[in-house]
Design a protein around this ligand. Sequence first.
Ligand SMILES: O=P(O)(O)OC[C@H]1O[C@](O)(CO)[C@@H](O)[C@@H]1O
Length: 506
Amino acid sequence: MTLPYSPLNPPQKPLSGQDKHSFGYTTLQSRLPVIVSKTVDDVYRTYHGLPDSDPLKKEKEQEAKKIIELIGGLRYELQRDKPFRPFTDKREDAEEWNQALSEYYPASSWYKASWLFSECYLYRRIKEAFALSQHWKDYDPFFEQKQTVFKSSQKAVVSMAVQLTTPVDPKTQKSMLDIKVQDGPESKGTRDTFFEMVQVSLWGNATDLSLLDNPDLAKVEELQRRMLSSGSSNKSSANASPAASTVHLDEVVQEDREHHASELEKHADKILSNDSELLWNRVKSLRNGRVDIILDNAGFELYVDFVFADYLVRAGFASEVVFHAKRIPWFVSDVMPFDFQWTLDQLHRPTSDNTNFFNPTDPIEQQALQALGQKWQSYVNNGTWKVTSHEFWTSCYAFYHLPTHPSAHDLFQDMRQSDLWIFKGDLNYRKLVYDCKWPTTTPFTKAIGPLGDGEDKAEGVPMVVSFRTCKADVVVGLAEGVEEKMDKVAANWQVSGEYAVISVSP
Ligand SMILES: O=P(O)(O)OC[C@H]1O[C@](O)(CO)[C@@H](O)[C@@H]1O
């Protein structure tokens, strides 16, 4: 079946930088030039830091200068709204990108094309600058930023690890993650934990680097405090002395958990449309199913994605979780396969090694991190967790094209084996709904076209879920009156990342 839609002919009017009041305009005008400049800074710092002992230093320096020149040129083109030009590198997706450029936007430019196309084109152009080199081909200019922000998440990461691994019931010694579906899917523990995990996974999307043009680490911490008690309870295990934490850990963790649960409750009204009950109905019927998570950001968000996936496995709902990462550096903080393994490594490295990424002083905290890291590594080793990547996720195409685009054929055939697709984050949401100006009351299931449950539903698509904090103008699935109410509450509610939606299409 050929789709009537294309980047040039989306199902509704597309968001575009032409609208000066849109977040697309602000992004093209102010945010992307900063991101591009920071990319140049990173390359500059990295090549200046090359050791003299590196036999390839000279060649690498020369190539780095070329990369800087290319990325500088890109910034110039963006700021002056110059026409798009074709790609000149030999990556496997270059031809498809060039075809799309000539078919949809032969004489277009950054502000004239759809915002979605322009923004994806920018990240692909950054990749081109590296792909044309020999020594920097696989270099990720955003890795250092991803690392720094993850490091600044230590408090939240550690606190959550302790909460998850400490027995909640001293008699059974079971932790929050040990709740099994055999205890009855509707048992209070299983159900409550599910809703908590969903919210943790959702708000994990609030800390993303492309939105924080200038990663303000205090803001990152503040955002994480939304979902955690760390830093807010002075009894938190993260602050307790080793002796105190050993003696009263159960109590402290219990208190932290209660605080955490009430923090989440406080944020429940920030979820403007919440289909998590529908999701629960599906999840609780699963036994040893397959769940696909289309990842968004590395760092803290990936960590909470691991937590959610671990819950699904331990409870017995899933025996296979497939994580979809990006093949190229994308929207600054998106997960690449390297980030996936790197994150696991930081959690379960032996603590005697002074180079530990996280360095909590309390042995209980160290053990908690290691316990999670080792458990998660074992899932990777035995194939329960798989990380994969596909060019489609970094193409210019919205997800309407996943079932029918020839280059996504293998991906779609594989994903059809899944019981549930969970899309994380804002960009994935934008690609699900084709980044259009939908009325906010449009049902999610309609706005996602062939992935929804309308007449044009593609065969083999399972339940589609999106966990998204709102960081772009488009939002659907709202009840009548919500948009008007929100306009009075906060002028920038659609893009601030303060509000969220949990959307499900059966
Ligand atoms: O990491 P996320 O949640 O996909 O967000 C990506 C960010 O980049 C944007 O696509 C704009 O640059 C926004 O929509 C969002 O702020």
